[in-house]
Design a protein around this ligand. Structure first.
Ligand code: ZN
Length: 186
């Protein structure tokens, strides 16, 4: 089931999400819905607060995009992260052009470490520690920020953010068109 995505300006995107335990009901169903929602919106990551749930849960998935046919291939890499914690950051940083399903039509270069070590459980409550690199390292940092009430535009310079103010205000006001369903900020 595709879930509506909460837009920039919604208070839930500013709250620190809470860890869950094994008593959390219907976790696998929720995870499946989050993947479906993410892929339908052409996203590569989705955090539970973006579907209006204040819990520490993230899904990440990558598929090759074919420009000729304007379509996506099979999923090549997928991670479900329950209660993720970044336990180490690599020293090297670089810029990458980020976007966010909660912040439509804004893409900005964000400086972050290129590698991180992340500790988490999957949807079967199997514990993992991954040394993430490349796009995985990038997306996991973006998504864990969501769990801590942060949005990628918070990491831009004051000047950049000022320049984006009108576009951000339009998202808060619901004046934005997306191919996926959005939930107005309450
Ligand atoms: Zn995001």
């Amino acid at each position: 089931m595709i879930l509506p995505i909460v837009g920039y300006g919604a208070p839930i995107l500013r709250k620190v999400a809470q860890p869950i335990d094994q008593s959390y009901p219907n976790l696998k169903e929720l995870v499946a819905n989050m993947y479906e929602t993410m892929y339908a919106a052409d996203g590569v990551g989705l955090a539970a607060p973006q579907v209006d749930l204040p819990i520490r849960l993230v899904v990440i998935g990558f598929r090759p995009y074919d420009e000729k046919t304007d379509s996506y291939g099979e999923v090549t890499e997928q991670h479900t992260l329950v209660n993720p914690e970044i336990v180490a950051f690599g020293e090297k940083k670089d810029y990458y052009n980020e976007g966010c399903l909660s912040v439509p039509d804004i893409h900005e270069d964000v400086l972050r470490p290129t590698t991180v070590r992340v500790h988490y459980w999957d949807e079967d409550w199997v514990e993992h520690t991954d040394d993430a690199t490349g796009l995985y390292a990038r997306v996991v940092q973006h998504e864990v920020d969501h769990l801590d009430g942060k949005v990628f535009t918070d990491r831009l310079s004051n000047l950049r953010r000022t320049m984006l103010r009108r576009k951000l205000n339009d998202i808060v006001a619901g004046k934005v068109h997306t191919k996926y369903r959005m939930k107005r900020a309450k």
